[in-house]
Design a protein around this ligand. Structure first.
Ligand SMILES: NC(=O)C1=CN([C@@H]2O[C@H](COP(=O)(O)OP(=O)(O)OC[C@H]3O[C@@H](n4cnc5c(N)ncnc54)[C@H](OP(=O)(O)O)[C@@H]3O)[C@@H](O)[C@H]2O)C=CC1
Ligand SMILES: CC(C)=CCC[C@@H](C)[C@H]1CC=C2C3=C(CC[C@@]21C)[C@@]1(C)CC[C@H](O)C(C)(C)[C@@H]1CC3
Length: 615
């Protein structure tokens, strides 16, 4: 059993999460399972810290004198520092300097607001630490070399305890900054006052998706809805007036052979995933500082799958079987997903606390849905990461190909229709793009925040291959002739969507990977005290979720080739708009918690969420 280094009641210095600053704390308790210490800061804030983030008092030597700033970012002056809500801030008298006396008064007023904040335990947030961050920061160009140091939480700074941080700057600059400061201080005071009531109480869980009743409905409703949609689409007249379609008996839908084919498909993808080809990268830091390793070989898996499919076609394998048993395949995938979800839930009961998803709540039904364990792994095999991109996403392309062949067969065509070609190529581009940029998946909400439970298992393995291929499925029995001018317009729309989607995602990923990337030097950022900054120009200065906007434009381009006879092929864009609006709200909530007032500032700078001037 590992021994603990610090005793209850001991006064030590604890690192303030996301910063390299240490403050005096008292050890309250120690959890031997998670190996975390509960510590109390002087202002009453309680936090859980790792042993590495705690140092004995004796390991610090307090610096004397004026400018103690150890990095260029600190040398920017007291302006940004004054906003830190870090609890160990020195008393007012110690912070006052001749040049800063005016500001000190404002700061004091603000401090008054600060002390009213409810002490809170910050709960785990994603693969990192959740922090209430009352620190609004300046907006600056992204060309300062110090950024990299900040973003990477330069641990070498850890041992330098900085008690006072002042800087001297020319009078002119001081006056200018004071003006800005006084405006900002008013804003901050207002924001902090508001936030006093917004701070989450200790360990309270905000259940998403309508809580337990909501997830219960989703879990039963989605599979039913899936079959209704597929049945509707098979009707000669798929108009909404013909709802509900005639329902087959459940036993008619079950075929063991189909289940076998599905399992074979899954296992082939497992095999490709395990191949020791492709780069190995590290994911974002977990709550305990660990970084999981991921092998990036999705694109190779796609190439190998294409080779297998091509060879099978050449060998005369009857792919029409998938079309004629489409509902049976959907049922096989659903059954597989339910079994997988039960396995995931049961194994999560034995998972250590540090491995649990920040979204999990302690409620069995909710956790079964959202997933209890963040990154369930069997050895190095990462179940969530695998399912997110492989069987479902690559499966979607194969299903589309099946539909293309089915269209040629059923409609007796020598070549596929232009509509089918457009749908197939647009969605192929989307999937290949996802696999080519596989690393970007590591910073998505699915990987960082949500656990692996029914929601993602069903989404990845059932919803994506059987609903995202809906347009192609529709075109098999409801042909639509698209003229070339119309096709050209749709292609332009798709390309516009793609440029926005890819541009936004790549810009953010590049920035998160290396904030001092010279290619991003022209972009403006908002500094936040979590160590991560926010882009406030470029794609991310256009709307707050430009990647969602691009994705939605592409979704529209996927539906248009199906014509305007029925609403059914537009189901995808309707569902997707709802999903992304809801997802945006979830992300907004998380970012507000993570970045505090800096996020409020971003919201002010970039007022629209997804659609410029609309939403
Ligand atoms: N086809 C489909 O069905 C679906 C597709 N998607 C697509 O997946 C992609 C990923 O989506 P998702 O994971 O939801 O979210 P995002 O990729 O948009 O990630 C959101 C995160 O980005 C960071 N961020 C937000 N604003 C900024 C900023 N201004 N500067 C820098 N970083 C910022 C924050 O994390 P932090 O600061 O911690 O880095 C935030 O939590 C999107 O393109 C989306 O369209 C998503 C869902 C379904
Ligand atoms: C309630 C319900 C139906 C939930 C299921 C949602 C899932 C279908 C989606 C959640 C996030 C997803 C992502 C992709 C596919 C859909 C799901 C699983 C994604 C893999 C598609 C390709 C993109 O390039 C992407 C990698 C960015 C994306 C990640 C999120």
């Amino acid at each position: 059993m590992p021994s603990r280094k610090f005793a209850d009641g001991e006064v030590v210095r604890g690192r303030w999460p996301g910063s390299s600053l240490y403050y005096e704390v008292e050890i309250l308790s120690h959890d031997s399972t998670s190996q975390l210490y509960t510590v109390k800061y002087k202002d009453g804030t309680e936090l859980e810290l790792k042993e590495n983030d705690i140092k004995p008092l004796t390991s610090f030597r307090q610096r004397k004198g004026g400018s103690t700033s150890s990095s260029p970012s600190r040398r920017r002056g007291s302006r940004s520092r004054s906003r830190s809500r870090s609890p160990g801030r020195p008393p007012k008298s110690a912070r006052r300097s001749a040049s800063a006396s005016h500001q000190a008064d404002i700061k004091e007023a603000r401090r008054e607001v600060e002390v009213k904040l409810t002490p809170l335990i910050l709960k785990p947030f994603g693969n990192s630490i959740s922090r209430y961050n009352g620190e609004p920061e300046h907006i600056e160009r992204n060309d300062a070399p110090h950024k990299n140091t900040q973003e990477k939480f330069n641990l070498s700074q850890e041992s330098s305890y900085i008690a006072t941080q002042y800087s001297l700057r020319p009078r002119k600059e001081e006056v200018k900054l004071k003006e800005i400061d006084s405006k900002e201080e008013k804003y901050i005071a207002k924001e902090l006052a508001v936030r006093t009531f917004e701070v989450t109480p200790i360990r309270a869980k905000d259940l998403e998706f309508g809580g337990v009743p909501g997830v219960f409905l989703i879990m039963f409703g989605l599979p039913v809805f899936l079959f209704l949609l597929l049945l509707m689409c098979k009707q000669k007249d798929p108009s909404l007036l013909n709802f509900p379609p005639p329902l087959p008996a459940l036993y008619e839908l079950w075929e063991t052979r189909v289940f076998g084919v599905y399992l074979l498909w899954f296992l082939i993808q497992v095999l490709f995933y395990l191949l020791p080809i492709g780069k190995v990268v590290e994911g974002t830091p977990l709550i305990d500082g660990r970084r999981l390793k991921y092998r990036l070989n999705g694109f190779y898996a796609f190439i190998l799958t294409s080779a297998v499919i091509g060879t099978s076609l050449f060998q005369g394998v009857e792919f029409h079987y998938v079309y004629s048993h489409f509902l049976q395949f959907a049922l096989a995938a659903t059954v597989f997903c339910v079994v997988l979800s039960v396995y995931l839930y049961v194994r999560s009961l034995k998972a250590p606390r540090n491995d649990l998803s920040p979204a999990s709540s302690g409620n069995a039904v909710y956790d079964f849905f959202i997933g209890r364990e963040l990154n369930p792994r069997i050895g190095t095999f990462d179940l969530k990461y695998f399912c997110e991109l492989r069987p479902g996403l690559i499966g979607w392309v194969v299903v589309n190909l099946v539909m293309l062949l089915a269209e040629m067969k059923i409609q007796d065509r020598a070549v596929p229709s232009l509509a089918m070609i457009l749908v197939n190529s647009f969605q192929l581009l989307y999937v290949v793009d996802a696999l080519w940029n596989e690393e970007a998946l590591l910073t998505t909400m699915d990987i960082i925040h949500d656990g692996f439970g029914f929601m993602l298992a069903f989404g990845d393995l059932v919803w994506v291959p059987f609903i995202y291929s809906f347009q192609a499925f529709y075109l098999v029995s409801h042909p639509n002739e698209v003229s070339w001018p119309m096709a050209s317009l749709i292609i332009v729309l798709k390309l516009c969507g793609y440029v926005i989607f890819r541009g936004a995602n790549s810009q953010k990923n590049a920035f998160r990977k290396n904030p001092s990337d010279p290619k991003l030097a022209h972009l403006k950022t908002i500094h936040t005290s979590t160590g991560k900054n926010l882009l406030v120009s470029g794609w991310w200065g256009f709307v707050r979720h430009p990647n969602y906007l691009g994705d939605l434009i592409m979704a529209l381009a996927w539906s248009l080739p199906c014509g305007f006879n029925h609403i059914l092929p537009y189901f995808y864009i309707i569902y997707f708009t709802m999903l992304l609006v809801h997802r945006e709200a979830r992300d907004e909530y998380h970012c507000k918690k993570k970045y505090g007032v800096a996020w409020e500032k971003y919201r002010q700078r970039v007022p629209y969420r997804i659609f410029p001037y609309i939403y």
